[in-house]
Design a protein around this ligand. Structure first.
Ligand code: NAP
Length: 235
């Protein structure tokens, strides 16, 4: 069974997560497409299954601890290892002109639940399966908005959550190095999705590419880094 490559993608019913799922399944992975909305996720799943891809839906709200615990239990009963975890689900709750000078801490807390605590909690729960892979990988879909080296007063709750996610990436990479699990953050660039809007400069195929590369081709010792376009960028 361990010869089968298995991946799990969060927030995969649409946008970049759906495309990551398509690319990984096309590369030969069995992929668990997870999402919180069952109907939309089942539609997304059947689209990929019609193309002969090995994709299966599991319900997961990354902001809900019970949902994460339930998913981890279900997975442990069905698979004996997990090769790739893609923490893609994300939310942008800031209004277009929000500033750090007036952002409501409640919005920051809500955003952190999905964008930071979700990936952290899910990774913690799935380490037992990831460490049974011959080369486990955790890939956190972050954002240039969280880059400390280029910080601006844009979408403060979202940007803070992605800076914190990058810190989580660095710490997990250090903690999991001895278990042969690589952990990296990526920025997909500005992508045409519901979040990125129609005027964004990149397609979902371009946005998903670095994730697929990390899952399939990247050097096996690449860990604890932030990447865009298959290239390491400053935190
Ligand atoms: P999107 O089209 O809005 O998709 C976001 C996905 O996350 C949806 O499937 C959504 O599910 C899911 N999600 C949100 N909250 C969730 C939760 N609590 N539990 C489970 N799923 C949840 O956005 P996208 O552009 O594809 O974004 C994907 C990732 O890329 C995000 O982490 C985002 O921050 C990052 N990113 C995007 C851009 C860009 O330009 N698009 C740039 C930099 C980084 P529902 O349908 O249920 O809401």
């Amino acid at each position: 069974m361990k010869t089968e490559k298995i991946a799990l993608v969060t927030g995969a019913n649409k946008g970049i997560g759906f495309e990551i799922t398509r690319q990984l399944a096309s590369s030969g992975f069995q992929v668990f497409l997870t999402a919180r909305n069952r109907q939309r996720a089942e539609e997304a799943c059947s689209k990929l299954q019609k193309d002969g891809l090995k994709v299966e839906f599991l319900q997961l709200d990354v902001a809900d601890e019970n949902s994460i615990a339930q998913l981890a239990k279900e997975l442990a009963s069905r698979i004996d290892h997990l090769d790739v975890l893609v923490n893609n689900a994300g939310t942008l709750l800031d209004a277009p002109n929000d500033s750090i000078l007036q952002v409501d801490p409640k919005v920051i807390r809500l955003t952190l639940e999905t964008n930071t605590f979700g990936p952290l909690r899910l990774t913690q729960k799935l380490v037992p399966l990831l460490e049974k892979s011959s080369s486990g990988k955790v890939i956190n879909v972050s954002s240039g908005g969280g880059q400390l080296s280029d910080m601006a007063d844009w979408a403060p709750a979202y940007s803070l959550s992605k800076t914190a996610l990058n810190a989580v990436t660095g710490m997990l990479a250090a903690a999991l190095k001895d278990k042969n699990i690589c952990v990296n953050s990526i920025c997909p660039g500005w992508v045409r999705t519901d979040m990125g809007g129609a005027n964004a400069s990149r397609s979902v195929e371009q946005g998903a590419d670095t994730v697929t590369w990390l899952a399939t081709e990247a050097p096996s010792d690449l860990t604890g880094k932030f990447l865009r376009d298959r290239t390491v960028i400053p935190w």
